[in-house]
Design a protein around this ligand. Structure first.
Ligand SMILES: [Zn+2]
Length: 154
């Protein structure tokens, strides 16, 4: 499959050395992991202590969650997304996707297809609409199903 020229996380990371931890949620595609997960709504990213900087932040070793992830560490996805791979969706991604669809009502594969079909900008807009707290405009925590700021239930 064709590579998206706009999505080369490695080059960008070298250029801007971002601290993804400090980024506005839903503003940057570097918070979208190769599997299609939005790191911005992950409990590991949203928590106060021992924060994970997101799957595409290579500037630190603190990202404990993602270190063990075989998809994140798959050589084929380093600069892009799984959908660019000939094996998409591979067994590992399908398993992860199934777990998230069942437990968290979210699909990494669907996310990736939205990115592929409508573009990253539209995807980030839809994510913002989907995961912004109606009460305080904080970010919803996909794993805990509550707002990370005010605790409002999803
Ligand atoms: Zn809230």
């Amino acid at each position: 499959m064709k590579k998206l020229p706009a999505i080369n996380a490695t080059v960008l990371l070298k250029k801007i050395k971002p601290k993804l931890i400090q980024m506005e949620p839903f503003s940057n595609y570097l918070l979208i992991a190769p599997c299609g997960m939005n790191c911005g709504i992950c409990m590991a990213y949203l928590r106060e202590r021992n924060k994970c900087p997101g799957c595409r932040d290579f500037s630190t070793d603190k990202a404990k969650t993602r270190l063990a992830c075989k998809i994140k560490n798959c050589a084929k996805t380093v600069n892009g997304f799984c959908y660019e791979c000939e094996d998409f969706p591979c067994k590992k991604l399908a398993q992860l996707d199934k777990r998230y669809r069942t437990k968290y009502s979210m699909s990494m594969i669907e996310n990736q297809l939205t990115i592929k079909n409508t573009g990253m900008e539209r995807f980030l807009e839809s994510e913002k609409a989907k995961w912004t707290c109606m009460r305080c405009a904080g970010t919803m925590n996909v794993h805990k199903k509550i707002c990370s700021k005010c605790g409002e239930k999803q």
